[in-house]
Design a protein. Structure first.
Length: 187
């Protein structure tokens, strides 16, 4: 009796599918469209998994798009060129986001409005045109500020960190901070 039920069910299913079956085929624009099968029409092969995923993700009305990357020349630092205090100051470009500064020396300073801590680089005999970077608040900045307030001299620091970029300025997330010792000469 089980064989008869299976055979009847298979025949019924095959007859129903052949009468009202439809296939999904990709349209020229990448969207899927449904077409009914007619008698004698060739059936299509199932889509490959990667093609099926491409069709599903391809051209949805609410599909998310990634943000475009920066194309073209690097912008100038917002505090250089005409915006600089010194007359006829050169215009310098900002560093790329993700750049690591390794063992660069300089001093802890503050922005013109006094609201942000900046790192002003010492001349390194390479470019001599590094604009100050704004230090992102973290424990390393707190250590630098504590060292400056606890000292009676102008401190120089050697820093390492990752550079970020926002609105024409560079920022740095400090990873390592070391006070550079004074070099004393003995006669």
């Amino acid at each position: 009796m089980n064989r008869w039920m299976v055979a009847a069910l298979a025949g019924l299913t095959a007859g129903t599918l052949s009468m009202g079956q439809s296939t999904t085929q990709p349209a020229p624009g990448g969207a899927a469209m449904t077409q009914p099968l007619t008698a004698g029409a060739p059936t299509t092969q199932p889509l490959a998994p990667d093609q099926l995923i491409h069709n599903l993700l391809g051209s949805g009305a609410g599909a998310e798009q990634s943000l475009p990357g920066r194309v073209g020349p690097r912008p100038a630092d917002a505090t250089s060129g005409a915006a600089a205090v010194a007359p006829a100051a050169p215009s310098v470009t900002v560093l790329r986001e993700g750049t690591y500064l390794i063992d660069r020396t300089g001093r802890l300073t503050h922005s013109a409005d006094g609201q942000q801590a900046e790192f002003t680089f010492d001349a390194d005999a390479k470019a001599l045109r590094d604009p100050p970077v704004i230090i992102l608040p973290n424990l390393k900045l707190m250590q630098m500020e504590s060292a400056v307030t606890g000292s009676n001299r102008d401190l120089r620091f050697r820093i390492t960190g990752m550079v970020t970029e926002y609105k024409g300025r560079n920022y740095i997330l400090l990873e390592k901070v070391v006070v550079v010792p004074d070099i004393t000469q003995q006669f």
